[in-house]
Design a protein around this ligand. Structure first.
Ligand code: GTP
Ligand code: MG
Length: 496
């Protein structure tokens, strides 16, 4: 934890004492407890955007129900636990354990005596190492035919009175941008500073394999589409980046079995008959007496990886790139875009998680101090202000938001990219800030930092610089100075 985090922790501890016996005591304790808990990442987006599938791909198991079914209408939390079990949390009344089974590699979750609309959320507990640091929250699609479901999702994802925002960060899946997408993201606007916080959101161009129908290089195409999205001011203002991901292909890679590979290999070696089947999903799943792979197995392959995944796998087998299930799983995963997404999650969310959490805790503290003052609140408020004023990390985050949302406008894209990277857009590590490769030798860091410092000092005194441009330059100067202080100069070789 940083000094900022320690400050927030100390403040909450003192607040817990000041609020002892007060009705808000529980809220203070909850805010403090959340500082140490896993990062809450929500999967949001329109109906059938591929949220549940992507969640499964990240966990590496088919946990979340996909396609029709009542369960996809309930906000569902996936948390790490000692056993596989599930609870339904009704709007009124205590939570109740509900049936949760695994059938044929899929989990089957029951609602017990409840109807979807009676539930505030479901909590599924599974022993899964990937969930140790991340709690994943699957949300019902926005713009679903069940308008009330969307409304409930909005409400559930927005700030709650006691615990701050439900999600620390959101993966926002989009196939195409739509007005209701924007409305949804507004729930994540930062109340404390009255500005949106795109740094809490990552855009996912989902179902990327469908971007170029019938093409085995669909993901490359999706990468170009995503790059276009990243430059769009409206999208820059909502999310920190956009990555293309084919969740279904990633999920298939995680659960692929030898017998799936055998079936795919049989299709690959069936020549023209196989080619004819690969023309459409309908043909691929139809009865074709005499074909080496039975129709039921072919339909299972479609369910596993869609026609695009089957085509890709067949192409990989035919090209001799893969010769077994493990090899195919590796290739599918590499081509799913999941690794890039995990990388963004790791550098930008996990690394920044303490900061995001501390910031959220601070917002909750602020709300409690303002709405429910107790004796000593003034002193606590002053402390809170001091923590806010002293946290350069928060200033960086805020300025980064300003750059993303166009509040600070820089005409030159290179200058803007330089500033965003220095502020930690691609991660807080000094090399990421300087846009240097991760294996850059330590000796090259200080000169690069000094260079950045001089660059931004020049911006600060440039006669044509606007006020906000100067403010940015000032923040970046402090960032460079801080990073310089943290990197020791390389010792000079000792004279012999
Ligand atoms: N081709 C392809 N299909 C996908 C992908 N991800 C999901 N799908 C399919 O899209 C459909 C919807 O996927 P889900 O994961 O249930 O989507 P969702 O956003 O959770 O849907 P709701 O919860 O109902 O809003 C399913 O048939 C998936 O198999 C993908 O990456 N590629
Ligand atoms: Mg779903």
């Amino acid at each position: 934890m940083t000094a900022f985090g320690d400050g927030v922790r100390g403040l909450l501890a003192d607040m817990a004492r000041a609020y002892a016996g007060h009705p808000r005591a529980g809220a203070v304790r909850a805010a403090a407890a959340r500082l140490d808990g896993p990062l809450h990442v929500a999967f949001a987006g329109r109906v059938k955007a591929g949220k549940s599938t992507l969640l499964n791909a990240i966990v590496g198991e088919r946990l979340a129900a996909t396609d029709a079914g009542e369960c996809t209408l309930v906000l569902t939390w996936y948390v790490n636990g000692v056993a596989a079990r599930a609870w339904a949390h009704p709007r009124t009344g205590p939570p109740r354990q509900v049936p949760f089974d695994r059938v044929d590699g899929r989990t089957v979750l029951g609602l017990g005596p409840f109807r979807a609309q009676d539930l505030e959320r479901m909590v599924v507990e599974v022993p899964a190492s990937r969930l140790a640091r991340l709690t994943l929250i699957d949300t019902p699609g926005i713009g679903s035919v069940h308008a009330d479901v969307s409304a409930r999702t909005d409400a559930a994802m927005a700030h709650t009175e006691d615990a701050g925002p439900v999600a620390d960060a959101v993966l926002y899946l989009m196939r195409h941008l739509h007005t209701s997408d924007v409305g949804f993201l507004e729930a994540f606007r930062d109340e404390q500073f009255g500005e949106p916080t795109p740094v809490n959101a990552i855009g996912v161009l989902s179902r990327a394999d469908e971007v170029g129908p019938g093409r085995t290089d669909a993901l490359d195409l999706a990468r170009r589409v995503a790059a276009g999205y990243r430059r769009e001011p409206r999208i820059r203002a909502l999310v920190q980046t956009v990555v293309p991901v084919a969740g279904l292909i990633g999920e298939a890679a995680a659960i692929l079995r030898e017998r799936d590979f055998a079936a795919l290999a049989a299709v690959a070696t069936s020549g023209a008959a196989g080619d004819a089947l690969l023309l459409s999903a309908d043909r691929f799943g139809a009865e074709h007496p005499g074909f080496p792979v039975p129709a039921a197995e072919r339909r299972a392959l479609i369910g596993l990886m869609a026609l695009s995944g089957v085509r890709l796998s067949v192409a990989l087998v035919r090209a001799g790139v893969v010769t077994d299930a493990a090899g195919l799983a590796r290739e599918l995963r590499a081509r799913s875009g999941l690794d890039e997404l995990q990388e963004v999650l790791l550098t930008q969310f996990t690394e920044r998680r303490d900061l995001i959490k501390a910031q959220n805790a601070l917002q909750t503290a602020e709300r409690i101090l303002t709405r429910d003052p107790v004796p000593g609140t003034d002193r606590l408020r002053m402390r809170l202000e001091a923590i806010l004023a002293g946290a350069h990390e928060l200033t960086e985050l805020r300025v980064l938001n300003d750059l993303r949302t166009g509040v600070i406008a820089l005409a030159d894209e290179d200058v803007r990219d330089d500033a965003e990277a220095l502020l930690g857009l691609h991660g807080g590590d000094v090399r990421a800030r300087l846009r240097l490769p991760p294996d850059t030798p330590a000796a090259e860091i200080r000169p690069a930092l000094l260079d950045a410092l001089r660059r931004w000092q020049r911006h600060a005194v440039h006669p044509a610089a606007t006020v906000s441009h100067r403010r940015l330059a000032d923040v970046l100067r402090r960032t460079c100075e801080g990073q310089l202080a943290a990197t020791r100069p390389t010792p000079r070789p000792r004279p012999r």
